[in-house]
Write a protein that binds this ligand. Structure first.
Ligand code: ADP
Ligand code: ADP
Length: 224
């Protein structure tokens, strides 16, 4: 069955309708690209699915639980244990080394420092950034920083990775490498990926596309 489903999502910001009846579903381990023009509601949809933004109307069900019925504390606990996040930029803590950044969510979930950093190193090897463990985010390239962010998102073994324009700040070569490693690592961990992008080259790494237009979503079968 479905891992994450949403129906009839509506969200307005003052006079702006960001979501107008959007629907979504993803199966365990599936990689879904959410596409559409700028301002169409992609990020709002992702934030609702991830429990960061509450929709005004509609329901979201994750693994049999209705997210929209959970309290804030329950939602953030669920986010911390079940979800991983990768954003366009700025998500690494500049004062921490890269390995400390990757270990951080594990530490927040109660792991001891040594254990957390050992797990972090394993993920950094998989993402081919184990050479920058001791560097701070300001000392690594954009491509390396995004791969560190992906390692951090995967470190807690989440069941869903939410990625909002994860390659938006990278050139196409680095972008494709990040997508290759992100989808490879997610597939081997059986984590589903909700990927927001407006680039078809990035969406090509998905199993399925959902197109958002004016706050409404449409499920596309990939035409091969
Ligand atoms: P996309 O990710 O497709 O670019 P967004 O979900 O970011 O679209 O935005 C959809 C619409 O909602 C846009 O018109 C945007 O300006 C508006 N919007 C999104 N977030 C906010 C917010 N926090 N406050 C006000 N308007 C917002
Ligand atoms: P990538 O292919 O991952 O983008 P690059 O070939 O651009 O990596 O970078 C190679 C090396 O140069 C990295 O090990 C990194 O330490 C250093 N480097 C690249 N960009 C920056 C930057 N903006 N600030 C500091 N160091 C950088």
């Amino acid at each position: 069955g479905s891992l994450l489903t949403a129906h009839g999502l509506r969200k307005t910001y003052g006079p702006t309708t960001a979501l107008d009846g959007a629907a979504f579903s993803i199966h365990p381990g599936e990689v879904v690209a959410v596409m559409g023009p700028s301002g169409s509601g992609k990020s709002t949809l992702l934030h609702c699915l991830a429990g960061i933004v509450r929709p005004d109307e509609g329901t979201i069900t994750y693994d049999g639980r209705e997210l929209t019925a959970l309290r804030d504390a329950e939602l953030s606990a669920l986010r911390r244990s079940e979800f991983g996040f990768v954003f366009q930029f700025g998500q690494l803590v500049p004062e921490l080394t890269c390995v400390e950044n990757v270990a951080l969510p594990l530490r927040l979930n109660g792991a001891k420092r040594k254990e957390a950093e050992a797990t972090a190193r394993t993920w950094m090897e998989r993402l081919e950034v184990d050479d920058v463990t001791a560097k701070r985010p300001g000392e690594v390239s954009g491509g390396q920083g995004q791969r560190v962010a992906v390692a951090r998102a995967l470190a807690t073994s989440p069941r869903v990775i939410f990625a909002d324009e994860p390659t938006g700040a990278l050139d196409s070569l680095n972008g494709e490498r990040v997508m290759e490693l992100l989808t490879e690592a997610a597939r081997s961990a059986n984590a589903a990926v909700v990927l927001v992008t407006h680039e078809t080259r990035v969406a090509a790494y998905s199993d399925r596309e959902i197109v958002v237009r004016d706050g409404r979503s449409r499920d596309m079968e990939r035409v091969v």
